[in-house]
Design a protein around this ligand. Structure first.
Ligand code: ATP
Ligand code: MG
Length: 333
């Protein structure tokens, strides 16, 4: 059953550029320079109950903006969305009680209070029953190993401890859908691993739906079966992580340099030609055939140099983060 639907969601930010100084202010009265940022363009997808989906893409791709629209924090410029049957930006209390948004870059707990007191306020807000609340706090803080810190002022906690408390706060009311925007950002590898394990276990045992963004490859590889790749506000890929890796990882690249010109047709017999200009070429060859093809090319062609390049999981994801645009999916171009 679909719990999240985005249908051609679009967000364009318009800002008015002002020239600096007094002259700029005066001039600003007369001529305003408008600039538009197309943060999200016609993004569509459907997410089912219980899925753990990774949102990938380089800085500025539009991930946070999509999550904010789905959470009802931002109105879209156009398009529709549905979260648990509600229109997110109508912010119905019934919807608020069933979902949660955690942002690694932003604090939601009261800085000057111990986490325990913030949790009590959230308990009232979400109307969590006493027994359930106590059990929930105990369960989550034990899993995350922060129970002993419940009565420490949040400002005195380390970054990792604070993030763990943020997670407890976000999950106190047992939301059916949780958006996690970079929940492991800036944490050391141990804390990252702990939080990753927690999210995995939580999704497995509670069968809740989680949409997660992260720039850490380990998070994506260990947590997400499905990934949605966004770049320049558009969806470039939406499928199982495995499909991404197979599509981009099951081949090798043969980078060839020739001593004398070699026609493209000759190369096409050996593999898929990515580029060829007579003196050099890049061939895409299935992993299993790399040795054979390279051998044949070396025997029959005037080859000066050959480099075999991997297309591996890390590379694939790294390329995604580096903003190297994948081929848009059909119908998305
Ligand atoms: N309030 C705003 N006003 C104007 N532009 C904005 C605003 N919020 C975001 N943008 C722009 O929209 C684009 C998408 O931003 P967004 O924060 O959604 O990216 P992101 O994929 O979350 O990136 P990151 O990985 O760095 O968190 C960026 O170009 C950003 O500068
Ligand atoms: Mg972001």
């Amino acid at each position: 059953m679909a719990v999240i639907e985005a249908d051609r969601l679009t967000k364009t930010f318009t800002s008015v550029r002002k020239e600096p100084g007094l002259v700029g202010s005066l001039r600003g009265l007369f001529s305003r320079q408008r600039t538009e940022v197309h943060a999200v363009r016609e993004v569509s997808f459907t997410i089912d109950q219980g899925e753990l989906v990774g949102f990938l893409g380089p800085n500025g791709a539009g991930k946070t903006t999509v999550l904010k629209m789905l959470s009802g924090i931002l109105y879209p410029t156009s398009g529709r969305a549905c979260l648990l049957g509600y229109v997110p930006w109508e912010r119905r209390p019934e919807m608020q009680k069933q979902f949660s948004l955690v942002m690694g870059q932003k604090n939601q707990l009261w800085w000057d209070l111990p986490a325990a007191e913030s949790f009590l306020m959230l308990k009232e807000l979400y109307e969590v029953e006493d027994r359930r609340f106590r059990a929930r706090v105990a369960q989550l803080t034990e899993l995350l190993e922060v129970r002993h810190l419940l009565h420490t002022q949040v400002r005195k906690l380390s970054l990792g401890e604070r993030m763990k408390m943020e997670l407890v706060a976000a999950l106190l009311h047992s939301p059916r859908v949780t958006f996690m925007d970079e929940p492991t950002i800036g944490l050391d590898v141990v804390a990252q691993k702990r939080i990753r394990e927690f999210i995995k276990e939580y999704n497995r045992t509670e069968k809740t739906t989680i949409v997660l963004t992260s720039h850490y490859m380990d998070d994506i590889q260990e947590l997400c079966d499905r990934v949605i790749i966004i770049d320049h506000g558009r969806v470039l890929f939406d499928d199982q992580l495995q499909v991404l890796l197979e599509r981009y990882g099951s081949t090798r690249l043969l980078k060839l340099t020739f001593n004398a010109p070699v026609p493209r047709e000759v190369l096409e017999r050996a593999g898929r030609v990515q580029e060829a200009n007579g003196v050099s070429a890049t061939l895409e060859v299935p992993r299993r055939e790399v040795a054979r093809v390279a051998g044949e090319l070396l025997t029959h062609l005037p080859i000066a140099d050959v480099i075999i390049a991997d297309v591996e999981a890390d590379d694939v994801i790294r390329e995604v983060f580096a903003g190297k645009v994948l081929v848009p999916e059909e119908g998305q171009a």
